[in-house]
Design a protein around this ligand. Sequence first.
Ligand SMILES: [Zn+2]
Length: 396
Amino acid sequence: MNLYLAEFRLFGIDVKVHWSFVLVLAFGAFLYGSGPAGWLVGSLYGVLSMLLLFASVTLHEYGHALMARRFSVGTRSILLLPIGGVANLERIPEKPAQELAVVGAGPLVNVIIALVLTPVALLLNGGNPNGLLSMNAVGSNIQSPGLFNLVVFLISTNLLLAIFNLLPAFPLDGGRLLRALLAYVMPYTRATRTAVVVGRLLAVLMAIYGIFSGAIGLLLIAFFVYVGGSAELEAVSNRAVLRQFKASRALTPGAISLYTSERVERVVDLIMSSYQTDFPVRDLSGRFVGVLTRPRLVSALRETGPEARVVDVMQPAADIPLCTPETDLATVWEQMGQSGSRVIAVADQGQVLGIITADDISEVFQVMSAAMDGPDRRPQPPAPTPSDSQETRNYV
Ligand SMILES: [Zn+2]
């Protein structure tokens, strides 16, 4: 699954090209190779056109990433897939105006590329705008190699990329823009719900059109929009529930701590006699030094046996994210997702009060969303997992 055709770093951001990208190049070679230029020249030209088209997609993603950087939001990676690119941001920008700028920067890059290339095309065509304005000219010339045709191809594909991405449907940029605008006049969750409904309507229309016109690609996109919208709505609703509670709420009072010198054996007894699954570990002076998590306990029992020392198998404190008792649970959840840790330590003025696990948050979530929904509502949603917050950080 995670096989990459190429990986490189540009402007401090890792770009990963998925292996299935080979299919795009093969498609380009096949499409153009069967054209008037003959298979060798045609297929090479096809590969070049696809590479340049995806260079435009990559620049679109850099538009999101570099604008996000202006608001101190990092980008973990840019992934290139045959259906487009994804910029995985570290978090969503806080202010609606910032999100508007980050979202808008992507399509803006494509508009700028088209604007810069237009005089070039005009120059190549001796100042004659004919053949440049009509998209049909591109269609008929698309397979004949030539600098003018290539430039016109890039202008029209970049304009199409901008228009397509601005369709008001999640997870496309247009859906995010609509949500950011609606968020000025209504609560965030409702803005998301409205934007998702608009997107679904559009997806249904796209699917109907796709079926009647035989455009399979459109069906695929309609499906992608439908599923993407639902995932976004779920992530946002879950976050809204969790945002109302502070970390101190999920702390278990009287949780049992272990000492570094103890052996795993004791933990087995503790698990049998309590509901606790993860144990903070302290040294003799009471300082927090790590957590013995359930997965680590299980692997220690399997590999070394009950005589394994707690200090040798625990997750060290350096690998555990920290929050304060005042941090809201949505932020805690996001911190856990980002660090890949199933526990977080709650510290007040340098002193660790206790730990919160993914299970603790699921518990708060399930109880509170049931309490808020009342007795006669739909069945409860499943508890989220820390990776659920992923969806909202992926900009296409
Ligand atoms: Zn975009």
